[in-house]
Design a protein around this ligand. Structure first.
Ligand code: CU
Length: 346
């Protein structure tokens, strides 16, 4: 019996360590802490289920140990011999009945808790401020801000900025296969399904940076299809929106290199990328109109620094193999010119 007791003690303490380290919250995508009204009611439910599961493991383990220690008869049990289940007060059936009743009551209680949680997060308690339409692509997120009119709308990628403390409406669709939108601290998962549009909402109750991840396997680079939700104070958010509406700066005052870079960009990259205010209007890759206002590249894969941007443009297939941007043949002068032009896209 001793090794069994030791093994049981070991697995229970491993479980407890797992639970407490996940609860510490130093992981960027911990789902055990929430930061918004849509996630808040879900977190206690997760904790409830964790405690319930731990209790089930402990109770069953104890019953097995007690059952094996408590030998009911000293008679040897011969093969083929039948042992009758006793009815009545001291019988085995009492255990079966009480087990069934306890399980049914517990599960029913959790079903009720789950249903009421779903009802609680169905819609926010104040009207949504605006709509963001997120389109899943293999393997990045197109993010369309729908303003009060087309001239107030714009498109960006992989980073969703929101005003803190205000709910926003999310519309989710897909350009290719099924993806799933998941920002654990702010919302549970909602799928992006080709041919239909799902609606949900998002709210952060504080400013901060919340990491998300595609949560439905969608091909080779599924793991590198992350996103960020950045929650800003209202006035900063309004400034950011106004800045995003601006087209790329024109020729006036632009250096020779920038003008060159723009021409090269339109010729070599414009088939797939849009930069508003230039002739580049491609829709296959992310909109780059305000590339420099984003902190990461290629769906949160590398930081958007000078080195990161050069590395990505010269060899995207090395950084994110099989992604839909091919390595484009560029001389070092061309790379320099394109990069200098991209730096102007603040
Ligand atoms: Cu995916």
């Amino acid at each position: 019996m001793k090794p069994l007791a030791r093994a049981t003690g070991g697995s229970v303490s491993t479980l407890l360590i797992m639970i407490t380290s996940a609860a510490a919250g130093d992981t960027p995508m911990s789902y055990l802490e929430s930061a918004g009204a849509r996630a808040a009611p879900v977190t206690p439910l997760i904790w409830g289920l964790i405690y319930l599961s731990a209790a089930v493991v402990i109770v069953i383990t104890l019953l097995v140990i007690v059952g094996s220690l408590k030998r009911r008869t000293t008679d040897a049990w011969l093969p083929g011999q039948r042992s009758d289940v006793e009815r009545g007060g001291s019988g085995v059936l009492r255990w079966v009945y009480s087990g069934l009743i306890a399980t049914t009551i517990t599960l029913a209680a959790f079903v009720a808790w789950t249903m009421s949680t779903l009802a609680a997060i169905r819609s926010p308690d104040q009207a949504e401020q605006f709509t963001v339409h997120v389109v899943g692509h293999q393997w990045w997120w197109e993010v369309r801000y729908i303003g009060s009119s087309p001239s107030q709308s714009f498109t960006t990628a992989n980073e969703i900025r929101i005003p803190s403390g205000r709910p926003i409406r999310l519309r989710l669709s897909s350009a290719d296969v099924i993806h799933s939108f998941w920002v654990p601290a702010l919302s549970g998962k909602t799928d992006l399904i080709p041919g239909r549009t799902n609606e949900t909402w998002l709210e952060a109750n504080r400013t901060g940076d919340f990491r998300g991840q595609c949560a439905e396997f969608c091909g080779q680079q599924h793991a590198l299809m992350a996103l960020r939700v950045v929650s800003l104070p209202g006035d900063e958010f309004a400034k950011w929106w106004a800045q995003q509406l601006k087209p790329a700066p024109g020729d006036t005052g632009a250096s020779e290199t920038v003008r060159n870079g723009r021409e090269l960009f339109v010729a070599k990259c414009g088939i797939c990328h849009t930069v508003r205010g230039t002739l580049a209007g491609g829709k296959i890759g992310p909109d780059l109109s305000h590339l420099m206002s984003r902190e990461t590249l290629a769906a949160n894969t590398i930081p958007n620094t000078r080195a990161g941007l050069s590395a990505w443009i010269s060899a995207p297939q090395q950084i994110k193999p099989k992604n839909k941007m091919p390595n484009v043949e560029l001389s070092s002068e061309e790379l320099h010119a394109i990069r200098t032009f991209l730096y102007t896209l603040q």
